[in-house]
Design a protein around this ligand. Structure first.
Ligand SMILES: C[S@@+](CC[C@H](N)C(=O)[O-])C[C@H]1O[C@@H](n2cnc3c(N)ncnc32)[C@H](O)[C@@H]1O
Length: 211
């Protein structure tokens, strides 16, 4: 399936931002991701040079956190213009050319320069926002964009998709995620998150998948 066939296109997302219908936006970087980022800094200051992508970054609280900590090569892609514009106003020192308004599935660069490019890709309520028929494409695309031994890290929801469910967030479970990602990644971590925000406790899995 091609993303343009999905009903969740740029107008869908742009409308939701314009109506402030954004229940996913927790107003700050997600604590489990903050812990991961802080460990990166503790391990090696050179990690500030890592090339990091946040697809479907929306209001981009994680990008803001990383930027303020001194990470220099953080990129955000999103289909909707509004949250990127808002982020740019909130955080004017963040490089404008690293805020990319584009369909993630069509992100590659003019000469495919973003293939095998990123050291780290951060997942935070992007996977669950997609039409579930795009899940294998998501795994393939992540694999394409990451360098060898690059990592896809972040959070996936651990609750079932409801019967007749028509709109995000679309959940899943450990077995399904294994099936989707194992052909493309070594599964280093796929476990219940211990430090989710209160409303998400018991419903988040922390992932660390290595290309
Ligand atoms: C549920 S929101 C999550 C936003 C952000 N990650 C957060 O946690 O606040 C999903 C985001 O993915 C973006 N999005 C959906 N499909 C996309 C696609 N194919 N390419 C790029 N961005 C997409 C939407 O515009 C929206 O900002």
């Amino acid at each position: 399936m091609n993303t343009s066939m999905s009903s969740f296109n740029s107008s869908y997302w742009q409308n939701r931002y314009q109506k402030s219908d954004t229940p996913w936006d927790i107003g700050a970087a997600s604590p489990p991701l903050v812990v991961f980022f802080e460990k990166l800094l503790e391990k090696d200051e050179k990690n500030k040079d890592l090339k990091i992508l946040i697809p479907g970054g929306g209001s981009s609280h994680e990008a803001e956190f990383l930027h303020k900590k001194g990470f220099k090569n953080v990129f955000v892609i999103d289909l909707a213009a509004s949250p990127l514009e808002e982020f740019s106003k909130r955080c004017p020192s963040f490089p404008k050319e690293h805020l990319i308004k584009k369909d993630f599935f069509k992100f590659e660069g003019q000469n495919l320069e973003y293939f095998n490019f990123f050291d780290l890709i951060v997942e935070q309520t992007f996977f669950c926002a997609l039409d579930p028929r795009l899940r294998i494409d998501y795994a393939k695309k992540m694999n394409e964009l990451l360098k060898k031994e690059g990592k896809l890290i972040g959070l996936l929801f651990d609750f079932p998709i409801k019967e007749e469910q028509q709109s995000p967030p679309f959940g899943g479970n450990i077995n399904e995620y294994r099936e989707i990602f194992e052909p493309y990644f070594e599964i280093k971590n796929l476990k219940r998150c211990y430090n989710s925000i209160k409303p998400r406790q018991g419903t988040e899995l922390f992932i660390e998948f290595v290309k």
